[in-house]
Design a protein around this ligand. Structure first.
Ligand code: RP5
Length: 169
């Protein structure tokens, strides 16, 4: 059986730079993914076709990023019962608050796991997708835990340096 993959959907090619951290995290953990530019508003049929086809081919987690009146993640969530992670993109005068509310305020029964606006959210979308896959992949779970431990060690080391610099050692 082929490995489950993550599908990254974005409403516009202008969203791609914001999604680089998602791609980086998925690559770091060797998680197969594919990316697609498709819009809930501008290409609704293409979005439906892609999502249904991706699910048939073994997509385990969908990540959907969009700005402005961001309905892409909600549209995907309406089509599948796979986990859907929404990334609100900062694309207009409201700096992503519009996309955040459009993405997070889903009606009951059709959840979208919404992460923070912009690149920080994009990074966490990668981690969240990895953690979802790690539920049934113990090797991936170990790698995620190991990275958390490394981060904790790095913070403790930084703390020690700060204490030393400030003469509080
Ligand atoms: C949304 O509108 C896209 O996700 C993008 O964030 C925003 C602006 O799109 P472009 O006008 O740059 O194509 O649908």
């Amino acid at each position: 059986m082929s490995k489950p993959f993550v599908a990254i959907l974005m409403g516009s090619v202008s969203d791609l730079p914001t999604l680089q951290p998602t791609v980086d995290i998925l690559r770091q953990f060797d998680i197969p993914f594919e990316a697609k530019v498709t819009s809930a508003h501008r290409t609704p049929e293409r979005t439906h076709e892609y999502v249904r086809d991706a699910e048939r081919r073994g997509c385990a987690v969908f990540i959907a990023a969009a700005g402005l009146a961001a309905h892409l993640a909600g549209t995907v969530a309406g089509l599948v019962v796979k986990p859907v992670i929404g990334i609100p993109i900062s694309a207009g005068p409201l700096q992503g608050v519009d996309a955040l509310l459009s993405t997070v305020q889903m009606p009951g029964g059709v959840p979208v796991a919404t992460v923070a606006i912009g690149k920080v959210g994009a990074r966490n979308a990668g981690y969240l997708a990895a953690q979802i896959l790690a539920v049934s992949d113990s090797n991936l779970a170990k790698r995620l835990s190991s990275e958390r431990r490394d981060n904790a060690v790095a913070i403790a080391a930084a703390d020690a340096r700060v204490m030393e610099q400030l003469g509080q050692g």
